[in-house]
Each structure stands twice: as C-alpha cells, then as structure tokens.
Design a protein around this ligand. Structure first.
Ligand code: BES
Ligand code: MN
Ligand code: ZN
Length: 490
C-alpha cells in the first residue's frame, strides 16, 4: 500500500473511506468535527448522543451515508482520553483503520490528522501503524488468503504541515517496511530459514541498500576461538554462520554501535531437549537476529552519523550425534571457560562469542536482543521487553528510544549478587543459574563477555510473538524492537 500526504479539505478527498479519530467525550460543536457533523447530516451528534460511540480507545463506528463528502464511507475511531493521547495512539488507530477497511474491501482511504501533535511524528506513526497492521503471516496458504485491495492511504493534513507530514510518512514507510521484512523472515519455518538462508537474507539487504556484509563460516569461527558458539552448533547438520552487516556514515565517526541478535533458527533444547508441546514455536528463536537485519535495512536508508554493526550468530540447537552434552566445558573467544549445565540455555552461549566479536570489531556500545528466557514472560508477559545492562546512561538512552517508538521496555536489576548463581565448580562460569531470576542470570552470563563496553540486553522472548490477532496487528511475529533500534541510532 502506498501512503501519501494530502492537503485537500477532508470532504474534497475522493476515497472509499475517511477515517477520523474522536476523543472521549468530545462534542462535534467546533472545528473540523462540527464541519464533519454538518456535512453528514448530524451523524456524529446522533452517534454520540445515543451512546453508540463515545470515543473510548479501540471503539469504532462505520457510517455508510456520508452526505456532502467525496469519501464513500466514514470510519470513526475512538482516540481515548485527550490528555493521555500520544503518537502511539495514532499508530494503533491507523492500524485499526487499515485492518477494518481492508475487511470492507476498500481500495483507498484517507486518515485525518487532527490531534494537535507534531505533524511529522504523527504521520510517521500513522504510516507505521497502517503498514504494520496489514502484515499477515499467511505466505504458505494456497487458499483462503486474507484479501486486500487497499492500495492507497492518504494522510489528510493542513497545507502548512504538508512537508512535515511527507517527511514523517517517508521515515515511517522505511521503518515499517523493514519491520515487515523482519516479520516475514521470523515467520519462515525452520526448514526454510536455516543459518545459511539467514545469511542470504542479510546479503539481499546488503546488496539492495549498500551495506558491507561479512559471513564467517565455522572454520573461521574456530580460528577465532569461538568455542561457545561452536559448541551449540555442533549437534546440527546445518552449518552455523556469523553474519556481520556494517554501515559507515559519510563523515568519519568514533562511535560504533553494535546490534547483536540471537539467531537460533530452531531451538530443540539440544540434549536437554524441550517437551514436544509447543516446540514448533521455537522457529522464532531467531527473532533477535531477524530484527537486527531488519533494523540494518532501515538504518542503511536513514543514514545516521555513527557506525553501526549488525551481528547475528546463526545456528540451530539440535540433539545430533555430535551434540554437546550437559557437563561439557567449552572455551569462549575471550578465553573464559564455561560449564554447559543445560544445552537449552544456548542463546547466551552463542551471544557470548558474538558480543566479544562485536568488541573485536571496535564496538563502543553494544545492544543485544534475544528470545533468551521463558522467565521473561512470567515476569512481564507479552507487554514489556526486559532491558538490563552494565551502564545506566546507555540503558536510559535505549529506554528513551523505545519511548519515542511506542515500544514498552522495563528495566530489571543486574546487581553483582546475581553472579553467585552462575558460579561453577569446574569452570569460570556455568550457563544456568537455577529457578530464581532466570532473565537476570541469563543477562548476567552475557555481561561476563562484554567486559567494560557499555552494553544493554533486551529479552524479547515474551514480546516477539503475538499469540492472538489484535484489531491493529495480526497473530505471529511482531517485529518488536526494530523501531527502537532505528530510533536509537537515527
Ligand atoms: N529460546 C528459549 C527461550 C524461549 C522460551 C523463547 C519461550 C521463546 C519462548 C531459550 O533458549 C531457552 O530455552 N531458555 C531456557 C533457559 C533455561 C534452560 C535456563 C528457558 O527459558 O527455559
Ligand atoms: Mn533454549
Ligand atoms: Zn533459545
């Protein structure tokens, strides 16, 4: 779907539907709502007076007869409370509009920008909301695919805000298309999305958007001493890959932000095998890696002024004949020895070598993201991403980027007392820390390999997958963190 800015009066725009947000308790007695009410023969007044439409968030009303307007239908959307209204509300409303109108077989719709927020931010949010809402994980359906005839969204704006609106749309489109690309990659089954295939997705992005790509094979990893990553990979017939995308700005910068994403293309648990029930979902254990590639795709287009590395350790975690065993000791690239108590705690093992490699490549700041622990869903459900780190300033910077993008992050502590739980009798460290504070001990393990580089860890195991379709988002991969990572560097 194409998104464009339109400065005509809302009633002059020829389209299948006009979508208009209305605040809770708002009366159509002034401004554009009064005009809308008048042109539709008082339909707003009537809907509001009867209580059929109150403006509560997630409410909507579909009006067939639009009177003196060129739009063939009117879709009213609850905008919620005016004093709580943020660009993220616009994102959701645009998403509800797009999915609702797709269901009504619309081809074109206009979205009226009337919220008193920054025009560019608002247009970006509306564009993102609509494009993200239209994604469906139905690539492999050969019948009953979700039909969509939507080919144009017009963001109706005041003439004075036309340029800002256009800029917001462009940024929103780049970010949303990158996110949907990432969701497409996450949604692929593991027989398709192998580590090798992930590397070719990265190659596609590098070629199309002008990034440098380096893919290390297992021999190269062995030479670098990445025993921790290779230990996970050794049970699988699919060769592991360490994917490195790199972006350099035109003017030289001393800052290098490394984004490091867990790319376990299928997690059986290895010899510490997972129960069969729900194991199919472990195809999304590469969401961190796909998100990294997706963010790099947007970053390449938005061209920030700092160096950015996108690093994806990609491997399966399989219980093959050569698989590592519980009790094995491996040596990571930094020289630290690890006792592998549970082969299902594999994410931290591959990230240990990947973050160390980020440092070797000159990273001055690191963000890793991973579907690392089931425990994060117990703590925060599917609402918040857990954020932990070794440097409060860097943590705060990432949280601020998340706020700007409408993604929810919640910080968990990482005090040194938790180190006790991953002490090993046999080696420098062990890879699990017992039942208590699972998300924290997982992060602590990674911390041991970033040394003194400012680092944050994002646990997206709870938020990377949407278990049920929402009015503004399909079931399946969410693409969480693409927006935050892009905002962080651009
Ligand atoms: N990939 C899983 C975590 C996961 C669980 C992601 C559910 C998405 C949904 C990870 O590799 C894992 O198995 N973690 C273990 C760690 C444990 C063995 C310390 C877990 O959370 O149970
Ligand atoms: Mn696992
Ligand atoms: Zn895993």
């Amino acid at each position: 779907m194409e998104v464009k800015a339109d400065s005509r009066k809302f009633y002059e725009i020829e389209c299948d539907a006009l979508a208009v947000g209305v605040f809770e308790g708002e009366k159509p007695d002034a401004g554009v709502l009064a005009e809308l009410d008048q042109r539709t023969g008082g339909v707003l007044t009537s809907l509001i007076e009867t209580g059929e439409f109150t403006g509560k968030a997630s409410e909507s009303a579909y009006v067939h007869s639009t009177g003196e307007m060129k739009a063939r239908r009117l879709l009213l959307l609850g905008a919620g409370k005016r004093d709580e209204f943020k660009p993220d509300n616009v994102r959701r409303m645009a998403g509800v509009a797009a999915r609702t109108l797709r269901g009504k077989k619309a081809r074109t719709f206009a979205f009226l920008q009337r919220f008193g927020l920054d025009a560019s931010e608002c247009a970006q949010a509306a564009t993102e909301g609509a494009l993200l809402a239209l994604f469906e994980p139905d690539k492999y359906h050969t019948s009953d695919k979700t039909e969509s005839h939507l080919d144009q969204m017009m963001i109706a704006t005041d003439g004075t805000e036309l340029d800002a609106t256009k800029a917001g749309i462009e940024r929103g489109r780049i970010i949303a298309e990158a996110t949907n690309f990432g969701r497409e990659v996450i949604n692929e089954p593991s027989n398709v999305m192998t580590p090798t295939e992930m590397a070719s997705k990265a190659a596609e992005v590098a070629k199309a958007y002008g990034l440098t790509l380096d893919v290390l094979d297992e021999d190269q990893m062995r030479e670098l001493g990445m025993g921790s990553l290779l230990g996970v990979a050794q049970g699988s017939a699919e060769p592991a890959k360490l994917i490195v995308l790199s972006y350099k700005p035109k003017t030289k910068s001393d800052e290098t932000v490394a984004i490091v994403g867990k790319g376990v293309t299928f997690d059986t648990g290895g010899i510490s095998i997972k129960p069969a029930d729900g194991m199919e979902k472990m195809k999304y254990d590469m969401a961190g890696g796909a998100t990294t590639i997706a963010a790099m795709r947007a970053i390449a287009q938005l061209k920030p002024s700092v160096n950015v590395l996108g690093i994806v350790p990609a491997t399966e975690n399989m219980p093959g004949g050569r698989a590592q065993r519980p009790g094995d000791v491996v040596r990571a690239m930094t020289g630290k020895t690890i006792e592998v108590i549970n082969t299902d705690a594999e994410g931290r093992l591959i990230l240990a070598d990947a973050v160390a490699y980020a440092r070797k490549l000159g990273a001055t700041k690191i963000v890793d993201l991973a579907t690392l622990t089931g425990a994060v869903s117990i703590a925060l459900g599917d609402v918040y991403v857990a954020i932990l780190g070794n440097n409060q300033e860097w943590i705060d910077t990432v949280i601020a980027a998340a706020k700007k993008s409408g993604e929810k992050f919640w910080q968990l502590p990482l005090d040194k007392e938790y180190r006790e739980q991953i002490k090993s009798e046999i080696a420098d460290i062990k890879n699990i820390g017992g039942r208590k504070a699972g998300t924290i001990t997982g992060a602590y393990f990674i911390r041991e390999f970033v040394e003194d580089t400012p680092w944050v860890h994002l646990d997206i195991a709870g938020t990377a997958w949407n278990d049920s379709t929402k009015p503004y988002l399909a079931i399946g991969p969410t693409g969480v963190c693409v927006r935050t990572l892009v905002n962080l560097v651009c």
